[in-house]
Ligand binder design. Structure first.
Ligand SMILES: Nc1ncnc2c1ncn2[C@@H]1O[C@H](COP(=O)(O)OP(=O)(O)OP(=O)(O)O)[C@@H](O)[C@H]1O
Ligand SMILES: [Mg+2]
Length: 169
């Protein structure tokens, strides 16, 4: 699509800041919105979704839905949060097969790029870029996943379609 607008391009220094960014996105999201999260393993997609969910008042633990494709979190008021992990999807049709109530929900799809084309005419694309080269910390396979040291990210939020044509984050 050609009508993409970069709404935000920012540095995120810490895990907490990533959660706060999720909350900032939540403030503008409404039923029918589709958010796609792109970034390598451990980039912070679930961390952002957790902050987003907390701000929406989502019930239940927002975690990496590794074995379920999608988890629906009712919220205290407002639309459900539907959290999808498309990592294991092989075909965009499978996303359609989930029979999600798109219009009544805020849908957040990890690894969703390339899977959501045609599902909605508007998409909020969130790309998380990890430092590479000299700035990157070496992966530590023995590290406690809950105790990963803060490391800078760059986050670029791009809106596509009529929903985001005039939106301000
Ligand atoms: N600046 C940062 N932003 C977000 N997370 C960070 C940052 N610095 C360190 N972290 C840590 O990186 C990890 C990100 O994990 P998270 O599960 O959110 O990634 P993910 O992108 O969902 O991974 P996956 O592709 O496996 O689903 C967390 O442990 C988090 O604490
Ligand atoms: Mg994840």
């Amino acid at each position: 699509m050609t009508d993409a607008r970069v709404l935000l391009d920012t540095a995120i220094a810490t895990t907490d800041e990533m959660g706060a960014l999720g909350a900032r996105l939540a403030a503008v999201l409404r039923a029918g919105d589709l958010v796609v999260l792109t970034g390598p393993l451990g980039a912070g997609k679930t961390t952002l979704t957790r902050g987003l969910g907390a701000a929406l008042g989502a019930r239940g633990q927002v975690s990496s839905p590794t074995f379920v494709l999608a988890r629906t979190h009712p919220t205290t008021s407002g639309p459900d949060l539907v959290h999808v992990d498309a990592y294991r999807l092989s075909d965009p049709v499978e996303l359609d097969d989930l029979d999600l109530d798109w219009d009544a929900s805020v849908v957040v799809v990890e690894w969703g790029r390339g899977f959501v084309d045609g599902i909605s005419d508007s998409v909020l694309d969130v790309e998380i870029v990890r430092a590479t080269g000299a700035d990157a910390s070496a992966p530590d396979d023995d590290a406690d996943p809950d105790d990963v040291p803060d490391e800078p990210r760059r986050v670029i939020v791009t809106g596509t379609g009529p929903r985001w044509a005039d939106a301000v984050l």
